[in-house]
Design a protein around this ligand. Sequence first.
Ligand code: CTP
Length: 402
Amino acid sequence: MCARQKTVLIGVTGCIAAYKSCEIVRAFQKRGVRAKVVMTEHATEFVGPTTFRALTREPVAVGLFDEPGSPIHHISLAQEADLMLIAPCTANVIAKLAQGICDDLLTTTALATKAPLVIAPAMNVNMYEHAATQRNMQILRERGCHFIEPDEGFLACGDTGKGRLADIGEIVDACLEILEVEQDMAGLNVLVTAGPTQEPIDTVRCITNHSSGKMGYAIAEAAAARGAQVHLISGPVSIPEPQGVQVHRVTTAQQMLEASQELVDGCDIVVCTAAVCDFRPAAPASRKLKKGDGTSELEHIELVQNPDILATLASCEGRRAIVGFAAETDDVVEYAKGKLASKRADLIVANDVSEGKVFGSERNEVWLVTAEGEEHVPEMDKVHLADVVLDKTLSLYDLKMA
Ligand code: CTP
């Protein structure tokens, strides 16, 4: 996995300056930021979605019901964005945002996102200076929107005055400053378990599962990026170590338990993503067992149950938020509720692993199950999902510590 990459959702509205949004996309990409584009219908009169599709190598959505890859596209776009920039933004879209009107994909996404909203207006000087536009901008400022003032100069309509889209460098710099990862986990100690465990049958064979470790690694990296001290206890995986995290490599469930128990004291948050093997061979052979040597050891392997790491950590002394994952193939939420209670967790992130979904995949769709009920999180990549899980975890942690 590469360093955690930020996503800027660029909203393009119907204005002659729409062609400049192409340069904005490029400028973000050069700074290592992933750019996605959502356009209004009117914007497509100035630049076609194909141009943005080619520049971003991502689907470009215009209509509320275009659904490239998601049944509730405005929600997944809203959640994927670390920042939403509307540039150029017309007086009409500013007015709609001020009133909470959402009659197309762009305005609906802007209302649905919790990411910071940055608006770079571009319009005729009289429209910009009109009391209605100024009032609408004031309303949005009071709600925390950031504005990048337009420049003065010769306007496409022939007038001269304030209304030209701000300098692209200025727009991008302002967004990057806002994008600075919030250090909302500074001072917290976080323990993450990840990957599969391997339980030896003999010196060459083992029992294991298909976990790639990607979800746990993404959570560890996101927590570190948000300022936490992170210990990651990882089973055998073949993905790169996340940045800014102390990694402890283990093989078996027993080793994972021991490493976790050593570190749990002083931890504020425990996130168990590991796909721990529930059983292990009772007496692993210290040589390679032969299939044809007259023994039946390989045909009948006696298994014993492994300790439940999550439940053990949840019963340790000290107040902390405990998060588990539940891999289910049916009755996903119901089983997760059972695990929430039996393991005494504060949050269970439940996912449907039927039909080869999830394991090894870059994306996931989950339900956040707590004592208060369940919340559906639409499919998104695991890097962004990690932040969604951490947001929920932090709010539960704050409640527990209050
Ligand atoms: N877990 C754990 N130790 C185990 C088994 C599971 O810490 N020995 C944790 C996992 O890391 C996950 C949660 O418990 O956070 C649920 O794991 P899951 O495999 O979904 O459930 P199990 O408890 O193993 O139950 P079952 O296999 O019957 O669904």
